[in-house]
Design a protein around this ligand. Structure first.
Ligand SMILES: [Zn+2]
Length: 134
């Protein structure tokens, strides 16, 4: 089994409505996502796949959905205020945690045909969450 890992960086704001501490307040993160792709066999170029192909695919998703966006649970009461101010946000069915974001990236890349082994989202340099299906 061969595995390659590509890192991408982006920023977002969010808050976690049910969090008992400071994460319930509006705040932001500058994060790193590490995307690992695995294949049993290498392609005719001797690669799992081109790092640039992973970058291009994940950047489309990150730019459209996550980067410089405000990520909220769909029941967050601040949403009407953001709508009134014509502010950008993304309302999710789940709480916008690092765990949920790593799954969103995983699912998108899988839908694009990548054999994703794992997505790790580093919310700080010492704290990460990951998603994998096997
Ligand atoms: Zn946070």
């Amino acid at each position: 089994m061969f595995t390659i890992t590509k890192e991408v960086y982006f920023c977002y704001g969010h808050r976690l409505m049910n969090h008992p501490g400071k994460c319930r307040h509006l705040h932001g993160h500058s994060v790193k996502a590490s995307i690992s792709i695995s294949h049993d066999q290498l392609n005719e170029q001797g690669m799992v796949c081109d790092f640039a192909d992973i970058r291009d695919a994940v950047e489309v998703f990150v730019d459209q959905q996550l980067d410089h966006n405000f990520l909220l649970h769909k029941d967050d009461p601040i949403i009407p205020m953001l709508l009134a101010q014509n502010e950008r946000f993304l309302a999710l069915d789940e709480h916008p945690t690092a765990e949920v974001l790593s799954k969103m990236i995983f699912v998108y890349l899988k839908q694009q045909g990548f054999k994703v082994q794992q997505v790790v989202l580093w919310e700080t340099s010492s704290a990460s969450a990951s998603y994998r299906e096997s």
